[in-house]
Design a protein around this ligand. Structure first.
Ligand code: MG
Length: 279
């Protein structure tokens, strides 16, 4: 009896020894290498496939939900303070739009205040998150109904409109490139409901002679639905005219349109993009 216990103990000890030397081996040679140095070169001639020496992407901590700003975002409106990041477009004076209950609202027409607002900062390539709501009570029709707009570089509009059962022209609907491209689908929520825009904007580029070398592009996700997929602009947005790239413009503020309709905005943030990162 005693002998069998001894044998069992020795066997267990043997297993334990074997296990510990196996784990030492695993440490010495990981089952999954962090990368390779002997793989073929990629077509760009800079890195190998799975290159172990290639810098890893910068870490960004995501927001608690996809609506919340990630760690590298610039918060343009947090529901309280509009004075920090925004001014009136016409004269750079403090923004006089209504700030109430965590949202920003276009002031009533004829109130003596209002007009387009713009960010104090200027941007190029950005990822922009904006939430907006058209008036719960429908007033006006077509382009006179819940109309506003976000102007990237202060010039390239992503249309904001109450497009819920609104038979206005296609290239003027919510998330249209106004005067050019209708959205792929109409993903508008009912009047008064909060809606989300997640916009990826690529600024145009010009050479030293002012010749266009890259158009402006935009991708838009409206309420979680893709409505524009890296769509090129014809140029800065206009009304009843065909846009073009005559003017050199590579950088600018975000503007929000006052179209005389009390549209609300909240939770506005953006990330400045380095589209060549890790290339
Ligand atoms: Mg508009």
């Amino acid at each position: 009896m005693k002998q069998s216990v001894l044998i069992a103990t020795a066997t267990l000890a043997g297993f334990a020894l074997g296990a510990s030397s196996a784990s030492a081996q695993e440490k010495a040679k990981p089952a999954h290498p962090t990368g390779y140095t002997d793989t073929p070169m990629l077509p760009d001639g800079k890195w190998r496939v799975h290159d172990d020496t290639r810098p890893r992407p910068e870490v960004v901590t995501p927001g608690a939900t996809p609506a919340d700003p990630p760690s590298d975002a610039i918060v343009l409106f947090d529901g309280k303070d509009i004075s920090k990041e925004w001014v009136m477009d016409k004269d750079d004076l403090p923004c006089d739009w209504i700030v109430k209950d965590g949202y920003l609202e276009v002031p009533p027409k004829g109130s003596g205040v209002g007009g387009y607002i713009k960010t104090k900062r200027e941007f190029t390539d950005v990822q922009l998150h904006v939430e907006w709501a058209s008036p719960a009570e429908v007033q006006g029709d077509s382009q006179g109904r819940g109309n506003s707009g976000l102007f990237l570089l202060g010039a390239y509009e992503v249309q904001v409109l109450d497009s819920y059962n609104n038979k206005s022209y296609a290239d003027g609907q919510a998330s249209a490139l106004y005067g050019w491209k209708p959205p792929l689908v109409n993903a508008c929520r009912k009047p008064g409901e909060w809606q989300t825009y997640d916009i990826i904007f690529e600024a145009p580029k010009f050479d030293e002679d002012g010749k266009l070398v890259k158009k402006a592009y935009v991708t838009i996700i409206h309420n979680g639905v893709l409505t524009q997929h890296r769509q090129a602009y014809l140029g800065p947005t206009g009304h009843k005219q065909v846009a073009n790239y005559d003017k050199v413009l590579e950088k600018g503020p975000i503007k929000i349109q006052d179209h005389g309709n009390p549209v609300r905005f909240r939770n506005i943030w953006l990330r400045e993009l380095d589209l060549d990162a890790n290339s």
